[in-house]
Ligand binder design. Structure first.
Ligand SMILES: Nc1ncnc2c1ncn2[C@@H]1O[C@H](COP(=O)(O)OP(=O)(O)OP(=O)(O)O)[C@@H](O)[C@H]1O
Length: 258
């Protein structure tokens, strides 16, 4: 289970007029939510609302000014060290999230090495990689390919295989399917649902996209200017109470209609 409690993130203002003191801009204001084991939480909000900043805190790229993030009884950013491989991230920009000089074998092996170290069980890397490739819908012969020899959808499948390979507690998807075409998006969402059912993974799904939230998520968190406007089960999404969530849903539906 992931628990985010009273998270505050602030950044120094770039053009502060103060000379001896830094001025700060608060980006996330006392964010509190939790995600149960096996649950998928969608984070929906306008551009600049702070969605990716929440993701960056959870995956350790940013340290909170205040608040705590706890994953399976481990306080991230506390004195305890995060166990490597406890969480995985899949970003939108799959081209820059892999080393272009690595083959698919090398990309996935990085995760398998972490898993081997954690479990102290010797792995047959090629066998595990081929199984993972098959799980994400790619045949064994992809193992020797380089990123430039793959389509966007295929490369994102490799990134998903890499994320799964460490058997993490939680996988964070930050706009992970947004740049794929509609058909590939549906295929990848089906794949993610299948993988989640097999491993009972916990997912956080950051997106602008309402249909993917309703398709994938159990609950949705509406983020407005760095504040939680509302958290609601997906099947009750048409009954949102906060003005922000109502307006956001309305504007998304209008755009989709056009
Ligand atoms: N390192 C940083 N320094 C200063 N400001 C930052 C930094 N990172 C993000 N911000 C600001 O924090 C705010 C939230 O950014 P964030 O990327 O989390 O938004 P988002 O909801 O993910 O947007 P999008 O959907 O466009 O990706 C933005 O105003 C952004 O300019």
């Amino acid at each position: 289970m992931l628990t985010v409690d009273n998270l505050v993130i602030r950044f120094p203002k770039p053009h502060s007029k103060l000379i001896f003191k830094k001025e700060y801009q608060t980006i996330l204001h006392n964010i509190t939510f939790s995600v149960k084991q096996g649950e998928c939480l969608g984070i929906l909000g306008e551009s600049g609302s702070g969605k990716s900043t929440i993701g960056k805190v959870i995956c350790g790229l940013l340290t909170p000014y205040k608040g705590t993030v706890t994953l399976s009884d481990t306080v991230l950013y506390g004195k305890e060290k995060i166990e490597p491989g406890i969480l995985s991230v899949v970003f939108q920009d799959y081209t820059t999230s892999v080393n272009s000089r690595f083959t698919v074998r090398d990309i996935i092996k990085e995760s398998l090495v972490v898993l081997q170290r954690r479990t102290q069980v010797k792995l047959d890397f090629d066998k595990e990689t081929i199984e993972l490739l098959e799980l994400v819908g790619l045949s064994a012969d992809f193992i020797n390919r380089y990123p430039h020899q793959l389509s966007g959808g295929q490369l994102q499948r490799v990134c998903i295989a890499r994320a799964i390979a460490v058997k993490p507690e939680l996988i964070l998807f930050d706009e992970a399917i947004s740049s794929l075409d509609a058909h590939t998006q549906v295929q990848i969402m089906d794949l993610l649902m299948k993988v989640k059912a097999i491993y009972n993974f916990t997912y956080i799904f950051i997106t602008h996209d309402l249909p993917s939230v309703t398709y994938m998520c159990d609950r949705v968190l509406f983020l407005n200017k760095g504040q939680v406007a509302e958290i609601i089960p997906v099947e009750m999404i048409s009954e949102v109470r906060s003005e922000y969530a109502r307006k956001l849903l309305h504007s998304i539906l209008e755009i989709n209609r056009e």
